[in-house]
Design a protein around this ligand. Structure first.
Ligand code: SAM
Length: 280
């Protein structure tokens, strides 16, 4: 019997449904149910909460989320081979697991979920960053989700939580930390996965703040930060010259030296710059 429910162990599920991992779908499965329950616990108190899971695969994390008390899990999976295994979990938790076959980039999860909502996933690496950026840049804030608990390659996780002045600091750090608390909650070696990926992984936990830490127009901030880090080795007055001839004045109005590089600029100063640019 497995550690968290009376369904078969995941190695048996994989064998029963011939779920050999496909690289093209970013399939590195977690087969230790103690570990998937531990990841589910990083998502916080799930009672009375709907959870969006992208890429449930054979369902290890899905089982963790349900056994940890999620009110409902909406699981979006692109690989049709996984659906029978997921249906077995749905039968064990009647009315609590909704499975959608499809590409997570094309599905509107809000049509199926009721707040409060948390997101938890061992993301496929090929769409992970794109989904994160979408979740971090919704049309309105606070977003539809209370928290994101997401597995990434360690290097991506470090970019999300990076501090100014560090090599990993960039657009992802600003977009993530501007209006969320972000931290690395767990580190996982390659051997935790089947098959093992080439690099280590980490679970990042982001909780949405009710309001941004510093005021800024989200579109202007996104544009400024994308431009600044696109040419991160250049001085800001050169990297940002596309924002207008008066960019030096705007930088100075925001308290940023025009000769500084993006890597040195704290999030608060980027927000001040976005305000200075928008006020023009
Ligand atoms: N959650 C499972 C686990 O932890 O063992 C599987 C994680 S595996 C890293 C990523 C999963 O995402 C795979 O099941 C894969 O088929 C699925 N996937 C890949 N691209 C997807 C997409 N665009 N939309 C939805 N699911 C996708």
């Amino acid at each position: 019997m497995s550690a968290i429910d009376d369904l078969p162990p995941l190695r048996q599920v994989i064998a029963d449904h011939s779920l050999s991992a496909r690289k093209s779908l970013g399939q590195n499965f977690l087969l230790d149910l103690n570990l998937t329950a531990k990841i589910a616990r990083q998502a916080g108190d799930l009672s009375g909460t709907d959870v969006l899971e992208i890429g449930p695969g054979p369902g290890g994390l899905t089982r963790g989320l349900l056994s940890e008390g999620a009110r409902k899990v909406l699981a979006i999976e692109k690989d049709t081979r996984c659906l029978p295994a997921l249906e077995e979990i749905a039968a064990r938790y009647p009315g609590q697991l909704q499975i959608i076959e499809g590409d997570a980039l094309d599905v509107d999860p809000l049509a199926h979920l009721t707040p409060p909502i948390r997101v938890a996933a061992n993301l496929p690496y090929n769409v992970g960053t794109e989904l994160l950026v979408r979740w971090l840049t919704p049309p309105i804030w606070p977003p539809f989700w209370q928290s994101l608990t997401l597995m990434f390659q360690r290097e991506v996780a470090e970019r999300i939580v990076a501090a100014p002045g560090s090599k990993a600091y960039g657009r992802l750090a600003v977009l993530a930390q501007w209006r969320c608390d972000a931290r690395i909650a767990m580190s996982l070696p390659p051997e935790a996965f089947t098959p093992p990926p080439k690099v280590s992984s980490a679970v990042v936990h982001l909780s949405a703040l009710p309001a941004p830490k510093f005021e800024a127009d989200p579109d202007v901030l996104s544009r400024v930060v994308a431009m600044a880090f696109n040419q991160r080795r250049k001085m800001l007055r050169a990297a940002l010259k596309g924002l207008g001839a008066d960019i030096e004045d705007r930088l100075q109005a925001a308290g940023i030296k025009p000769t500084e590089r993006a890597e040195q600029v704290p999030i608060e100063a980027f927000c001040a710059l976005a305000r200075a640019v928008a006020a023009r």
